[in-house]
Ligand binder design. Structure first.
Ligand code: ADQ
Length: 468
């Protein structure tokens, strides 16, 4: 029987041409297997338990709808006000409300029932991210013995934080229902194994996999990447000057969703501190800028509204202190920028600031490196708490909590000699190529396909379905 790939993610890509990291990574694998991608429709609604087929691609796309209550309890609630802050080491921002856990479980249960009607026993199912941790458990309950993989795009939480969650014992148990749990970095794998080691229900097998009741799961790291060649081509393409002729002399760029995990206030403070202390302060002809592009996300969640205000305040303060009639030190653009323009901006920027306090990987770091002119590259300043730092050791690694250190790194990046810039860039680009997007999907699927389905489900005396 044909082994189709079925991908499940919170958002279904709606465009007809592949764009965006995850879509590019999965497009080929889906097209080759005649598979399908299942995700939520951007418009809320009630789907009555039926998928809606979307547009034309070499594979099927099936959308489910989220009601307003689902958005509140499952998406903004449990996923983004409990799991997101917990995984990003912000337990202080966790909000527990009565309907959140039930709303999250209900969406996963409903989706499992819809998926169970869609898949055949030989299909490989690949679930993406923290929105669907219980999905394999629900699918198993319905009798599915397929190989099911899971990839967590965000950091694996530290053990001590897990008990903040309602019913924390479900976390390990739910993950164990997957045949393969993929994480971004070796550090994430270490934290995940620590959780299983701490759980008396888990048993370690000689090959390193984990036996949990009747289930056996493997835990491995698969660092996600981008398609560096395509990004570089995009950055080289001539587009109208993004600054409309008013290009700054020297600038650092930051591109992030406006999220508290990205360390934006610390970045702004570090840039302010750099302006105060920079070595070439006597040179009034050099007017460095920070160009920060940060579109809002998850509006309506208190922590996100707070950070927008904080950044607006900091921008006003720093610009108020340093701006001149013809110089605005921080340009804070609170919306999205089209990709060709973004790629061009990356290429023009002398430095890129990635200052996450916690980050699964951070694709912006990889995009910036891929966009550079290898003969005259800019410098990546990278938080040691971003997953990308595990392999990109030749970036200027910084502690985002240390404002003084970051200010020094900005100064060093702006003044770095060409020779050193080239050497650091070459090494970072190698790391970007080693973890290119296609390799990520290929290597995950290779391990998933070879995973042993040692457990068998026998709900109410039924014969188990064969995995292949
Ligand atoms: P994100 O937290 O969204 O992803 P990131 O990895 O940086 O973070 O990816 C963001 C993507 O959106 C990049 O491709 C970037 O270019 C684009 N983007 C961001 N801001 C933009 C803007 N203002 N305009 C246009 N495009 C913008 C989550 C995890 C990460 C993990 C990824 C992939 O939080 O840690 O690397 O998934 O697994």
């Amino acid at each position: 029987m044909r082994e189709r790939l079925v991908v499940v993610s919170n958002r279904l890509p709606m465009g007809d041409t592949p764009s965006g990291g995850l879509v590019v990574s999965l497009h080929d694998a889906l097209a080759a297997s005649g598979g399908c991608w299942i995700g939520s429709h951007p418009e809320p609604g009630d789907d009555q338990g039926q998928f809606e087929a979307i547009g034309e691609t070499p594979y099927r796309r099936l959308a489910f709808r989220l009601t307003d209550a689902d958005m509140e309890n499952y998406y903004l609630g449990f996923a983004n006000s409990v799991l997101w802050p917990l995984c990003h080491r912000r337990p202080d921002l966790v909000r527990l409300a009565p309907g959140y856990r039930e709303g999250y479980e209900a969406v996963n249960r409903r989706l499992a029932a819809m998926i169970a009607r869609e898949v055949t026993p030989s299909d490989l199912i690949w679930v993406q991210d923290y929105h669907f941790i219980p999905l394999a458990r629900e699918l198993r309950r319905l009798g599915l013995a397929n190989r099911i993989g899971f990839f967590l795009h965000i950091p694996f939480p530290v053990l001590a934080d897990l008990s903040i969650m309602p019913q924390p014992e479900h976390f390990a148990e739910d993950l164990a229902h997957y045949n393969l749990v993929g994480l971004q970095t070796r550090g994430d794998v270490a934290r995940c194994l620590e959780m299983f080691r701490d759980d008396p229900r888990a048993e370690f097998m000689t090959d390193g996999s984990i036996k949990f009741g009747e289930h056996v799961a493997q835990v491995r790291s698969f660092p996600i990447g981008i398609d560096p060649a395509t990004f570089r081509e995009e950055a080289e393409r001539e587009v109208p000057d993004p600054f409309g002729g008013a290009s700054p002399d020297l600038f650092a760029i930051g591109v992030d969703r406006l999220d508290y995990s990205k360390g934006l206030p610390n970045r702004f403070r570090a840039f302010g501190r750099y302006l105060e202390t920079r070595r070439d302060n006597t040179r009034s002809d050099v007017r460095p800028c920070l160009v920060q592009i940060a579109p809002p996300t998850r509006q309506g969640v208190e922590a996100y509204d707070d950070i927008t205000e904080e950044l607006q305040g900091l921008t006003g303060k720093i610009n108020g202190q340093f701006a001149e009639l013809d110089w605005t030190p921080i340009r804070f653009i609170n919306r999205s920028v089209e990709r060709p323009k973004l790629a061009r901006l990356f290429r023009k920027a002398r430095a890129c600031l990635v200052t996450s306090l916690a980050d699964g990987m951070n694709l912006v770091a990889k995009e910036y490196v891929a966009a550079q002119d290898p003969d005259d590259p800019g410098v990546l300043i990278l938080s040691r708490f971003a997953g990308a730092a595990e392999d990109m050791t030749q970036a200027l690694l910084v502690n985002p909590y240390d404002i003084e250190e970051m200010a020094g790194a900005i100064d060093a990046a702006f003044r770095m000699p060409l020779e050193e810039r080239r050497r650091r860039h070459e090494s970072s680009l190698e790391a970007v190529k080693r973890t290119a997007a296609m390799l990520w999907a290929e290597s995950f699927l290779k391990v998933l396909k070879s995973s042993v389905t040692t457990f068998e489900l026998r709900p109410e005396g039924e014969t188990p379905l064969p995995a292949s």
